[in-house]
Unconditional design. Structure first.
Length: 342
């Protein structure tokens, strides 16, 4: 290995680490608020990328029919809960089950834009409401269950979504055009415009997340729910809506990640699983609690993966996932065991 190869590998590590950082942010956000280890986060990445590829090819993405089916099922469940005397926030329900599906249908079936930016917006509108709809159908009825049961539900949901991805998009992979065709040469190192877009968008999202949680009332309510769910409920914070919002943000981050990686690599129906797992490793580095440490962990995972691909390409995945062992060992020695509060 010479200096030029090291620079090239470092660049790949930063780009990959930026995507894993977004995954880690989404996983930490969802777990902090709802105690759900959201394994299907990777499937949202693949759905976002493949929906964008379908729109770019002039086809109707099957995720539209998934969105409409989940919206109808959620409306039926909310109506059943209301008849049994439960309190239902119909405004929030209308947003996820009526407004988003309607806008998505208009954009996909009516507008059919050839603009890359408009196609990206359409893909985001398609994928973002899937998060809160899945939360309401799969997780909210088990809100008081243990973390282990919620993890089992996540594994089952992952299997269902992978199967749907194969049904919707087939076994063939897809790529999309890059958002930037620029190419910059710095000291013999070629930097593509798409790589800069990935890093730039990831940095902007990290900053926006920081401002959201530090400066906005809604962000502070989510932080309060993450710190103490029972206390937040006693203070009048609607914890169910907190779950909706956290899953919506996670789905949005997943969709953005899919749009960013689709021009860089061929995306298959099951590609998101490995991406989500590497984001999970980064989230574990942050203890599933610290956003900054999770982002730093993602950059570490990206660098480890890049340099492992040079030194031991056949074992790069093994080396990346092995990182979780010393992290868990160290945390087991320095963390105090806390029982579930509910």
């Amino acid at each position: 290995m010479d200096f030029d190869i090291a620079l090239l590998l470092g660049q790949d590590g930063i780009v990959n680490g930026a995507v894993y950082g977004l995954m880690a942010l989404a996983l930490v956000l969802v777990f902090s608020v709802t105690r759900v280890i959201f394994i299907p986060q990777g499937e949202l990445v693949a759905f976002g990328a493949l929906s964008m590829a379908a729109l770019n090819a002039g086809r109707t993405p099957a995720t539209l029919w998934l969105l409409l089916a989940l919206a109808v099922a959620t409306l039926a469940v909310e109506g059943w809960r209301w008849k049994r005397g439960a309190t239902v926030d119909w405004k929030a329900t209308a947003v996820w089950t009526l407004a988003f599906p309607l806008v998505a249908s208009v954009l996909v079936l009516g507008v059919k834009s050839t603009s890359l930016a408009m196609q990206a917006v359409t893909a985001l509108v398609l994928i973002t409401p899937l998060g809160p709809l899945l939360y309401r159908l799969a997780y909210r009825p088990l809100a008081d269950a243990t973390v282990l049961i919620l993890l089992i539900v996540s594994v089952a949901l992952h299997g269902v979504l992978v199967g749907l991805g194969l049904l919707f998009f087939g076994a063939e992979g897809s790529r999309t055009p890059p958002f930037s065709e620029a190419r910059i040469d710095i000291g013999g190192l070629a930097i593509t415009g798409q790589s800069l877009v990935v890093v730039g968008v990831a940095a902007v999202l990290v900053v926006l997340m920081f401002l959201f949680f530090e400066r906005s009332i809604v962000g502070k309510a989510l932080r309060a729910t993450a710190m103490n769910r029972v206390g937040a409920r006693l203070m009048g914070i609607p914890t169910d809506l907190s779950g909706d919002l956290s899953f919506a943000l996670a789905a949005l981050i997943g969709a953005v990640s899919g749009l960013l990686i689709a021009p860089l690599t061929t995306v298959y129906y099951d590609t998101g699983f490995l991406i989500g797992l590497k984001g999970f490793v980064a989230a574990i580095v942050g203890g599933l609690a610290s956003y900054p440490i999770a982002v730093l962990g993602a950059l570490l995972v990206g660098q480890l993966e890049a340099f492992s691909s040079f030194w031991a390409s056949a074992f790069k995945e093994v080396l990346v996932f092995t990182l979780i062992i010393p992290v868990l060992w160290w945390r087991s020695l320095h963390s105090r065991h806390v029982e579930d509060e509910e």
